[in-house]
Design a protein around this ligand. Structure first.
Ligand SMILES: Cc1ncc(COP(=O)(O)O)c(C=O)c1O
Length: 398
């Protein structure tokens, strides 16, 4: 069977692949410590679940408006105003089947064959494949670890070409947990405006922020910038709602209308019941978010102090999200990757097989020196996992 060429350009998501592997091993009775998974280990708060049950009871089970029900759009508009001081109209908002879906559709609408889009590395695994599916060219811009893996205006300028059309920013970042400050965004904004770039601001980890930091979205900085920025957000991470598949995006009306048109010819509306639940998530009590963030902050400190005790491993202190991205390159001298493999793939596989610890290889995030750990797992599992890791690394020669 000959498949369309476009599908040959992309690989399955490595984060989902590791999860599949873990589930298969767990089904064989192997006790895996799973640092691979990119979702909160908390349950969706009860008030949100009750809203969904209520929606079913009331028979809210039919097709809805393709781009989201008016009530949810209104709740999103209020969220943008309250949290980010951003004003949007309903025509500037689209609700999709997860943030991933909004992004995929946006890339289809914004970019054409050959358009270059800057993707600062380390990046979330799905940006380059989604750009390739839109026939755009992902331009991977390496960022230095000693700058917290953040893009600087100098790096941005160096990589600009006449074909550069867009830039993706993700703060707090998956996989590094880095957070851009207002000053850092302002410095980038100058170059963005000078070169009339479109920006995709992936704010999905907005609320998972530590140490009393302020969250700043690029769109907040300047009205001209707001007109060039598409703000991506969703309920998956903030409200432990990954399975419900509700994400949303705000931006220029013409683009949002085109994104909605794609939905009208592909998925139709996002799930009606999940939309009602998302209204409750955004409008209801927010104390579960604060409790979750507090727990993540504790675990971040805990895993950092445990990793710091592993010889040859260094790790930047993340300001947000629920990931750490430690550097294991000191161990690469003991590894021999095959022709299609990278060092981080080999190490991640070794750790899964030898220690029964699942982590995601940095290669999928554009940084082969590191491994991504999600600490969305219990305190006890973190302790067990890092101890197993220590023993496996010792065996390797460290
Ligand atoms: C950086 C980033 N953006 C967007 C998403 C999309 O999340 P969802 O499709 O669940 O809304 C994810 C999920 O892993 C993510 O890590």
């Amino acid at each position: 069977m000959v498949l369309a060429k476009r599908i040959g350009q992309i690989k399955p998501s490595p984060t989902l692949a590791i999860d599949t592997k873990c589930k298969a091993l767990a089904a064989q009775g192997v006790d895996i410590v799973n640092f691979g998974i990119g979702e909160p280990d908390f349950d969706t708060p009860d008030n949100i679940r009750q809203a969904a049950i209520q929606a079913i009871r009331e028979g809210f089970t039919r097709y809805t408006a393709v781009g989201g029900i008016p009530d949810l759009k209104e709740a999103i508009i209020q969220k943008f105003k309250a949290d980010n001081n951003l004003d949007y109209r309903p025509e500037e908002i689209v609700v999709s089947c997860g943030g991933k879906h909004s992004l995929y559709n946006l890339f289809q609408v914004l970019f054409e064959r050959g358009d270059e889009v800057m993707v600062p590395a380390p990046y979330w695994v799905s940006y380059p494949p989604m750009l390739l599916l839109a026939e755009a060219v992902p331009v991977i811009v390496a960022t230095p670890e000693d700058n917290g893996f953040k893009l600087t205006p100098e790096r941005l300028r160096e990589c600009l070409t006449p074909r550069t059309k867009g830039l993706i920013l993700n703060s707090p970042s998956n996989p590094t947990g880095s957070v851009y400050t207002r000053q850092e965004l302002e410095a980038l904004a100058e170059v963005i405006l000078e070169h009339h770039l479109f920006v995709i601001s992936d704010d999905i980890y907005e609320k998972i922020l530590f140490d009393g930091q302020e969250f700043v979205s690029l769109a907040q900085l300047d009205p001209e910038l707001k007109a060039r920025t598409f703000v991506l957000n969703g309920v998956s991470k903030t409200y432990a709602m990954t399975g419900w598949r509700i994400g949303y995006m705000a931006g220029l009306e013409t683009v949002i209308k085109a994104v909605t048109k794609i939905q009208s010819q592909s998925t139709s509306n996002p799930n009606s019941i999940a939309q009602k639940a998302a209204v409750e998530a955004l409008r209801g009590p927010q104390d579960s978010v604060a409790a979750m963030v507090q727990e993540f902050a504790w675990r971040r400190d805990d895993i950092l102090s445990r990793l710091a005790q592993l010889p040859g491993v260094s790790c930047m202190r993340p300001g947000g999200a629920f990931y750490v991205f430690p550097n294991f390159s000191q161990y690469y001298k003991y590894l021999q990757p095959g022709p299609e493999e990278s060092f981080s793939d080999v190490l991640a596989n070794y750790l899964l097989e030898e220690a029964h610890v699942a982590v995601v290889a940095g290669s999928g995030f554009g940084e082969d020196n590191c491994l991504r750990f999600s600490y969305a797992t219990s305190r006890e599992r973190i302790a067990t996992g890092v101890e197993r890791l220590r023993q496996a690394l010792e065996k390797l020669g460290g």
